[in-house]
Design a protein around this ligand. Structure first.
Ligand SMILES: Cc1cc2nc3c(=O)[nH]c(=O)nc-3n(C[C@H](O)[C@H](O)[C@H](O)COP(=O)(O)OP(=O)(O)OC[C@H]3O[C@@H](n4cnc5c(N)ncnc54)[C@H](O)[C@@H]3O)c2cc1C
Length: 379
């Protein structure tokens, strides 16, 4: 009987795994020994990193999307039918339309979602760029901004470890270009006792922020935002006023994960090396939805996808395990609208942050275009 592989989630992780498996297992698929299906919540594939540029007028909305079908190998049976329950005892999933699908191998790639609703006042009064509506509203707020106190308020957990840092640098460039820097003050807040969760990034940021006159507040855990006072109140008892508040809302995993009792907060307990659901030998997990304590980033999902493709195809065709995930992550960091640097690290080796330059900025801009080829496995 044919082996059924089902992928839940058509974001970066799910798409790369689906396309990669079709490429490696093309003979088995042609002989109908294997089928690859994908169930997702939407018919669109969304390039989330493009959202960061949108408020600054540096990315067109139409470049954020493609039809999911267009980015998938023709051999994938793709359906828009959100999954409502995963039953790992029965090896079945149930969908919103009431269909029940049996699987031999399951890949969970349902990502994460922003939760501004978890902090009183945040939804009503803060700006963010982590979804399309938020990025559009921030674009309007920036157009209307005449100067004042700008607060970049980071909450955890969140995806893309460096987007909060990038938006802080970008705000500085933006205000300078508009001649508003003299009339403004930028403050960056972070929940723990340093400027970033990744220590070398924090050490690099300190002098960079200082040289640009960017203020910072650490041990800053947002308790509430009070719109009438235009202030952020913290668990530590501090109060910080603002004229423009850009927040990175806390995140959780997909509702489906909690509804299926697969993980608290929607984060799935995942073996950091094998990427198998803990205690399972046929359910793989990747991308934002894992509980692995590394950065939730598109690059993480991509490197994890490569490992899953190799292992699953080797397991099915040769009955062997191919390799473990080493925790690799790579992130560009825009430091103005003309220069960037990057970090690259894994479980063993922490990142070193090099001096920003124009070439790395153009490499990131280039990647924004090449993304569509990379998820098809053409890069
Ligand atoms: C503003 C911003 C900037 C970023 N910048 C960068 C960057 O520069 N570099 C970088 O590496 N990363 C960046 N990221 C992070 C990156 O986009 C995410 O980490 C990445 O998309 C995670 O991939 P994923 O496959 O786990 O989840 P996603 O890509 O979020 O995909 C999840 C998929 O699951 C589907 N889904 C959810 N629930 C269900 C369900 N019940 N049933 C079926 N399908 C479901 C969704 O519809 C979606 O298709 C950025 C993110 C943002 C928001």
């Amino acid at each position: 009987m044919s082996k059924r592989i089902i992928i839940v989630g058509g974001g970066i992780g799910g798409t790369i795994v689906a396309n990669g498996l079709c490429n490696i297992l093309r003979s088995e698929i042609a002989r109908r020994e294997i089928s690859v299906s994908m169930l997702s919540a939407t018919d669109k594939h969304f390039y989330q990193p493009g959202l960061f540029y949108l408020p600054f007028g540096k990315f067109r909305e139409s470049d954020l999307y493609k039809n999911q079908k267009e980015v998938l190998d023709d051999r994938i049976d793709f359906k828009v039918d959100p999954v409502t329950k995963i039953d790992i005892q029965d090896n079945t999933i149930t969908t919103e339309s009431g269909n029940i699908h049996e699987y031999d191998y399951l890949i969970i790639a349902t990502g994460s979602r922003i939760r501004p609703d978890l902090i009183p006042g945040m939804k009503e009064s803060a700006h963010w760029f982590y979804d399309l509506d938020g990025a559009r509203r921030l674009r309007e707020a920036l157009e209307d901004f005449k100067g004042g106190r700008v607060v970049i308020n980071v909450n955890a957990p969140h995806k893309c470890p460096v987007a909060p840092v990038e938006v802080t640098f970008m705000m500085h460039s933006y205000l300078k270009k508009r001649g508003l820097l003299e009339k403004s003050e930028i403050t960056y807040t972070y929940p723990i006792g340093r400027l970033h969760g990744i220590e070398p990034v924090s050490n690099w940021l300190e002098p960079e922020f200082e040289s640009l006159g960017i203020r910072s507040e650490t041990f800053f855990n947002t308790k509430e935002i009070v719109p009438s006072k235009r202030s952020i109140e913290t668990e530590e008892g501090a109060s910080l006023p603002y004229e423009l508040l850009i927040t990175i809302p806390p995140h959780s995993g997909a509702q489906l994960i909690e509804d299926s009792n697969l993980g608290i907060g929607g984060w799935v307990p995942t073996d950091p090396q094998t990427l198998l659901l803990e205690g399972s030998n046929n359910v793989f997990v990747l991308g934002d939805t894992t509980n692995i304590p590394i950065s939730k980033a598109g690059s993480t999902a991509h490197f994890e996808a490569d490992v899953i493709i190799e292992n699953l195809s080797a397991l099915i065709t040769e009955g062997r395990w191919a390799k473990n995930y080493d925790g690799k992550v790579f992130c560009f960091i825009e430091t103005t609208d003309e220069r960037a640097t990057y970090i690259s690290f894994n479980y063993e080796n922490p990142p070193k942050v090099g001096a920003p330059n124009q070439m790395i900025h153009w490499a990131k801009i280039g990647y924004n275009r090449l993304y569509w080829l990379s998820i098809k496995g053409l890069l």
